[in-house]
Design a protein around this ligand. Structure first.
Ligand code: ATP
Ligand code: MG
Length: 262
C-alpha cells in the first residue's frame, strides 16, 4: 500500500476524530481556566482506548466534550464525520457514581432507555443484557438490595441496552472496593469482546488501562494535550504479572512521572 492509500485507509477507519480541541472555562469570579490546549486524537471503530493523565488535567472535560455535554472553545470533534454538538443516545456514559434510579427495579432500570418499544421486544432486550452482565434472578430487585458491583453491572447493562455506538467510561470503578474493581475489570473486558463497542475509558489506574485497552493516551498536566499514545499489544486475556504487561505499565508511569515533576 502506498502512503496515500495507507492514510486514506486509516482515515476511513477513524470513528472519532479530534483536531486541535481547546477548552477554556470562563468565569467572572475565578477568571479563565484553560483546560485543553489542543488535543489531537483518533479513535478507531470498535477500539478500546484508555486515557490517563495527572489529576485535574482535564480528562473528564475531554470526555464531556466528546459526548457533547460540553462545547469546545476551538477545534473539532467528529464522530463518523459528523461534528459533535450535543449529547446523543448513540453515545452513552458510565460514571463512577452509579446513576441508576433507586426507585426502579433492575428490570426497569435496564429498560429505561427503551420506552416506546412493544413490551415483548423490550423484555427480550432487557433479559439479553441481564444475562450479559450476569444478573439473572435479580430482575425484580431494587438497587438498595444490590452490592456496589451489582449496581455497576446494572449501569453497564442499561448503557448497553440502547445499543450505543460509543461508550464513555469515566472512572467507572472508582467507588468499588479493590476486589470488586478487579472483578468488574474482567467483566468489562469480556463485555467489550462480546459486543465490539467503541469504548473510551478515563482512569487514574494504570493497571486498569493496560488490562483493558488497545491503546493508552497519556495526557499532559493542565492545560492538557496528549503527551503520548502507546499501542498495547499485550495478548488477551491479560495477566498483570507478565513482563510485557509490566513494561507497558512502567512506560506509562515514566511519562506520568515526567508530567508530575515539571
Ligand atoms: N464546569 C466547569 N467550570 C469551570 N471549571 C471547570 C469545570 N469543569 C472542570 N473545570 C476545571 O477544569 C479542570 C479539569 O477538570 P477535570 O474534571 O476535567 O479533570 P480530570 O482530569 O478529570 O480530574 P480528576 O483526575 O480529578 O478526575 C479543573 O481545573 C477544573 O476545576
Ligand atoms: Mg475526572
Amino acid at each position: 500500500m502506498n502512503r496515500t492509500a495507507a492514510v486514506t485507509a486509516r482515515e476511513a477507519a477513524a470513528k472519532i476524530r479530534l483536531e486541535g480541541v481547546r477548552k477554556t472555562f470562563r468565569s467572572r469570579k475565578q477568571g479563565d481556566t484553560e483546560v485543553l490546549a489542543g488535543v489531537d486524537l483518533e479513535v478507531r471503530q470498535g477500539e478500546f482506548l484508555a486515557i490517563v493523565g495527572p489529576s485535574g488535567c482535564g480528562k473528564s472535560t475531554l470526555l464531556n466534550c466528546m459526548a457533547g455535554f460540553e462545547s469546545v472553545s476551538a477545534g473539532s470533534i467528529r464522530i463518523d464525520g459528523e461534528e459533535v454538538r450535543r449529547p446523543s443516545p448513540k453515545r452513552v456514559f458510565v460514571f463512577q457514581e452509579t446513576g441508576i434510579f433507586p426507585w426502579f427495579s433492575v428490570w426497569d432500570n435496564i429498560g429505561f432507555g427503551l420506552q416506546g418499544l412493544p413490551f415483548a421486544r423490550k423484555h427480550e432486550i432487557v433479559m439479553k443484557y441481564i444475562r450479559l452482565v450476569g444478573l439473572e434472578g435479580f430482575e425484580r430487585a431494587f438497587p438498595s438490595e444490590l452490592s456496589g458491583g451489582m449496581k455497576q453491572r446494572v449501569e453497564f447493562a442499561r448503557a448497553l441496552a440502547v445499543d450505543p455506538d460509543v461508550l464513555y467510561l469515566d472512572e467507572p470503578f472508582g467507588s468499588l472496593d479493590a476486589f470488586t474493581r478487579l472483578e468488574m475489570r474482567r467483566e468489562v473486558a469480556r463485555i467489550w469482546q462480546q459486543t465490539g463497542k467503541t469504548c473510551i475509558l478515563v482512569t487514574h489506574d494504570v493497571e486498569e488501562a493496560v488490562e483493558l485497552s488497545d491503546r493508552v493516551a497519556v495526557m499532559t498536566r493542565r492545560p492538557a494535550r496528549i503527551h503520548a499514545i502507546l499501542d498495547n499489544a499485550v495478548a488477551r486475556p491479560r495477566d498483570p504479572d507478565l513482563a510485557e504487561f509490566r513494561d507497558l505499565k512502567d512506560r506509562i508511569f515514566d511519562i506520568l512521572g515526567v508530567e508530575r515533576r515539571v
